[in-house]
Design a protein around this ligand. Sequence first.
Ligand SMILES: *Cc1c(COP(=O)(O)O)cnc(C)c1O
Length: 386
Amino acid sequence: MNDRTFLAHAAVNPSEHHGFINPAIYRGSTAAFPNVAALAGGKQPYRYGRWGNPTSTALCDALSALEGATGTLLCPSGLTACTTAILAVCGSGDHLLVPDNVYGPVRHFCDTAARRMDIETTYYDPRVGAAIAELFQPNTRAIFLESPGSGTFEIQDVPAIAAVAHQRDICVLMDNSWATPLFLKPLELDVDISIMAATKYIGGHSDVMLGTIACGPRAWEQVRDMHFQLGQFVGPDDVTLVLRGFRTLDVRLQRHQESALTMACWLEQRPEVSRVFYPPLPSHPDHALWRRDFRGASGLLSFVTRNSSSEAVAAMIDGLKLFTIGYSWGGFESLVLPVNPRSIRTATQWTETGHLIRLHIGLEDVDDLIADLEEGFSRFRDISGH
Ligand SMILES: *Cc1c(COP(=O)(O)O)cnc(C)c1O
């Protein structure tokens, strides 16, 4: 089946829901057993609220179909999905490899909570490829990937990294929030654990937070057990919102992609802009890798301003009418955020001298978005004087 068919049909079982297409919102802690034998038998599918209900099963099954996963687990946020997966595969005395451009709060977790548990992290250049093997230690247990990085858009050579990792029985985890399994399927590239902030594109409407962990056969039991022990649970209302987003992921991503490419090409022509970071652009340093592994691109990109003062950048951003200043992305609306990779990197250096600005290109008409930015650049020029 094609992915679009999965989006429309995976985990749609009307006969299990009194004929309705979607599952009910099952709220519940206690699940009743008919007798002592059923309690002892362990066969009843739903035994207690925290262990799932028909609403959460529908989302997990739908995601497993799209990811090609043995099983999928739901977490209250994308961040808990990342930390739960790391804790599932690393313990005291283990060594973890994490890309230098990783999502900031994951880095904070590695540097504090994980370190306190005696899990040692080495940050690596995301463009390292198979040479990551040179960073292996006898106790290296896992490699975390995030591709592309969500501010700077380096693309990682996922198959090359997975190949050397598996020679040493090292587990490979990947944060795939940007591409979603529509545009890249980590498990197909031999990643063991595919993680997403469903808060972003799967939810798609800026009204819910949720994280997903889809596991291949090698990792499934281990991750399920840790998820269970930590007591992770997502309420059925949030699950329902994400399942609704799942059904329309393809049409939304197509529009995000089309508009983001138009925007990226327009930005590249602007005199106020020195670089645009969007993997589908032929000028992107990892364009060839993106073409090889990805089936598309989502709506998040960034650009560097030329010869700019902070005041000029603030004047440009503050006056925007259609771009909201804010964290996150993946919703229907456009967002803008100044980002500074310089201060947090340790394995690589960020050498761009201008200001880095991240855009999420929403579902608005792209000509309106371009007009908004064009006015922004005119405010920028008024202050920077060129
Ligand atoms: C937002 C984000 C997360 C965290 O998701 P939350 O739902 O906000 O916790 C993780 N990874 C990436 C790449 C993200 O952009």
